[in-house]
Design a binder for this molecule. Sequence first.
Ligand SMILES: Cc1cc2nc3c(=O)[nH]c(=O)nc-3n(C[C@H](O)[C@H](O)[C@H](O)COP(=O)(O)OP(=O)(O)OC[C@H]3O[C@@H](n4cnc5c(N)ncnc54)[C@H](O)[C@@H]3O)c2cc1C
Length: 315
Amino acid sequence: MILIVAEHTAGKLAKATLEMVTAARESGREGPITLLVLGQNVAAVATEAAAVADQVLVADLPGLATYNAEVWAAATTQIAQEGEAHTVIIGGSRSGREYAPRVAVKLDAAYLEDATKLSSNGAALQAQRYTYLARVTETVEADGLVVVTVKPGSFAPAAPAGAAGEQYDVELTLPAPRVEVTGKSVEKSSRVALTEADVIVTGGRGVGSPENFSRYVEALADNLGAGVGATRAVVDAGWRPYAEQVGQTGKTVQPKAYIALGVSGAVQHLSGMGKSKNIIAINKDAEAPIFKVADYGIVGDINEIVPALIEASRK
Ligand SMILES: Cc1cc2nc3c(=O)[nH]c(=O)nc-3n(C[C@H](O)[C@H](O)[C@H](O)COP(=O)(O)OP(=O)(O)OC[C@H]3O[C@@H](n4cnc5c(N)ncnc54)[C@H](O)[C@@H]3O)c2cc1C
């Protein structure tokens, strides 16, 4: 079987999970696509998971209330061994990249990291990944039992396929974790997270100033119920937090609409948003590289065009 460890937050299945299901469907590997839901009070997540998977294994336990690398690695390993999984897919989130190598070691499996594409080459699982500052796309492959992490935003979210999968409760023996989270301070934002957003409005250096960023980028995003993104130039200038950076050294996103305001379209930015379904660019330079990937483009000054867009979107 193909075992996917579901990602979820606040009782909802994360988009990253749907992306991993697509990765599994495209991998060419055989066997049922099985989603493993680890957590506490995860009945609603399991129901959502069943809509896209052949089967769902649910471990609803107090010991899984909060993420811990040792616990997640032990739980995933147990289930992979019991179910004789030949492929284990884990999200390339910070936590996924923390526990996935542990799973590979425990299973004595090959480990493919940060896959942006999956396919089969005979018995081998083939993955593509970026290397050399995303200027090179490398193809790697491994036979037999493989653990893969999938780069968030690299695959389209899976749509439900046929009848809902069966759900099964599973028993687990969990280790006592050696590392404990002793404090947490959560940045509050009412905006949709970048990796979950269907629409993203991104501002680049061409926006002009942090004040303009709020006036134009945030205002348009709020009217559209969109996420807010930024280029590295804007983050490096201290206008916006790193969490909003899109690109090779930031987040990879694939929204239905990506609106780029004053973004030149450097290769490192494109590698993080180039797969967006519709790219809409506004830039005063008709030669800006962003127009090479844009589906719709307006050559003009942000200061004139964006206020009109904000007004139109308010209506
Ligand atoms: C190792 C490495 C990693 C990197 N990682 C990332 C990354 O993850 N993400 C990322 O974004 N970058 C990344 N970069 C940086 C990248 O190379 C670019 O420097 C950066 O993306 C440029 O940001 P920008 O488009 O905001 O700025 P600029 O390139 O300065 O472009 C500003 C644009 O705004 C336009 N403009 C100016 N004024 C107006 C106006 N009034 N109205 C309309 N348009 C206007 C200009 O014509 C121009 O095209 C990385 C670079 C390196 C070397």
